[in-house]
Design a protein around this ligand. Structure first.
Ligand SMILES: *[C@@H]1O[C@H](CO)[C@@H](O)[C@H](O)[C@H]1NC(C)=O
Ligand SMILES: *[C@@H]1O[C@H](CO)[C@@H](O)[C@H](O)[C@H]1NC(C)=O
Ligand SMILES: *[C@@H]1O[C@H](CO)[C@@H](O)[C@H](O)[C@H]1NC(C)=O
Ligand SMILES: *[C@@H]1O[C@H](CO)[C@@H](O)[C@H](O)[C@H]1NC(C)=O
Ligand SMILES: *[C@@H]1O[C@H](CO)[C@@H](O)[C@H](O)[C@H]1NC(C)=O
Ligand SMILES: *[C@@H]1O[C@H](CO)[C@@H](O)[C@H](O)[C@H]1NC(C)=O
Length: 294
């Protein structure tokens, strides 16, 4: 009888064997391979850090074509591999092909996330955004529910800003955006709802809270979107505890938030966090980044 470790080793060897084929068959550029590696790591890290569970997703803009983005098809982020990544149109979130297997196109591509319009509409609205995360992180939900915006409480969360994160509430949408005959299940199921969510972002904050649902986070890279997601959750814990202690103006000033964001999201500091998180997912035994192994 095989031990779990032996089975896993055999599986990894088989993945390595077809991986060279996968990458050469897809004929992707170095830039796409690089963001593909980061995208798989991002999904695995978000799960390892408990920011997503079975649900939630992360995407990256196609570095070779600003009108497209890459995201896994409908699958728990922890389980994604190179053969889960799909190239989508930003225009309408329609799938084009598996990014790393160009023989799988059109209707042969497995179904995408219902809420991929969160990503497509954020990329459409903000040309400088390169990475997006959507999650249902528990710690932020009380703030969205109570109508209390998050503000930066610490230097690593400077991207939350000092004025308060916008809160998106599907119950406040008019019937042009959310008609009576459509499901009121809080999901962002089409371009119209995605557009309404994207318009909620403010210049001050890189995060929108979604009442009864979760959050949407934009980043200047997929790594940055993960970094901001992680420290948004940490910030929610700090802000709640500071309020319980009776503090009111517990957050950073506008100047502090802006300068701290610039410092902590620099390549060297963000890179230090990324290096740790990649080492953690590599040692966890659950996640497979077959692109990085090639
Ligand atoms: C690419 O997709 C084709 C069609 O489904 C499949 O036969 C092939 O094994 C896939 N290649 C890889 C590397 O998974
Ligand atoms: C692979 O991509 C390169 C550069 O875009 C192109 O010149 C070449 O024809 C492609 N090869 C195949 C087999 O598609
Ligand atoms: C870029 O993507 C758009 C949308 O998918 C597509 O219409 C266009 O042909 C692509 N451009 C190139 C150079 O591949
Ligand atoms: C989606 O958008 C692309 C780019 O504008 C377009 O070529 C394509 O026809 C659209 N697909 C659908 C199903 O609307
Ligand atoms: C519905 O809301 C949108 C966005 O706020 C607005 O542009 C539109 O005019 C509104 N429609 C009606 C019928 O109020
Ligand atoms: C932002 O950080 C960089 C170092 O990463 C520094 O060189 C630059 O002066 C900072 N800009 C501001 C406005 O603080």
């Amino acid at each position: 009888m095989f031990t779990l470790a032996a089975r896993r080793l055999a599986w990894l060897i088989s993945l390595l064997a077809f991986n060279t084929a996968a990458v050469s068959q897809s004929n992707v550029s170095d830039a796409v391979l690089t963001v593909g590696i980061d995208l798989l790591d991002a999904g695995h890290i978000l799960h390892f850090l408990d920011i997503v569970d079975a649900f939630g997703h992360v995407s990256v803009r196609n570095p070779d074509n600003a009108s497209q983005f890459l995201m896994s098809f409908s699958l728990a982020p922890a389980l994604a591999t190179s053969q889960s990544i799909v190239t989508y149109e930003i225009d309408n979130a329609t799938s084009l092909q598996l990014t790393f297997n160009s023989s799988v196109t059109g209707a042969a591509v497995p179904s995408g996330f219902l809420e991929r319009f969160i990503h497509s509409e954020i990329y459409k609205a903000f040309p400088t955004v390169q990475g997006v995360v959507h999650s249902h992180t528990t710690e932020i939900l009380p703030f969205a529910g109570a109508g209390v915006p998050l503000t930066a409480q610490m230097h690593t969360a400077g991207s939350l800003g000092s004025l308060g994160t916008p809160i998106f509430d599907t119950n406040k949408l008019n019937t042009t955006i959310l008609p009576e005959n459509q499901p009121h299940d809080l999901l962002i199921r089409n371009t119209v709802l995605g557009d309404a969510l994207a318009r909620t972002f403010s210049a001050d904050s890189q995060v929108v809270l979604m009442k009864g649902h979760g959050m949407a986070v934009r980043g200047f890279s997929v790594r940055d979107a993960v970094f901001r997601s992680f420290y948004t959750r940490q910030d929610a814990t700090v802000q709640l505890q500071a309020r319980l202690l009776g503090g009111h103006n517990t957050g950073l000033t506008a100047r502090e938030a802006m300068d701290a964001e610039n410092t902590t999201e620099s390549d060297s500091l963000l890179g230090r966090a990324w290096q740790l998180w990649v080492a953690q997912v590599d040692n966890a035994g659950l996640y497979v980044n077959d692109l990085r192994m090639s």
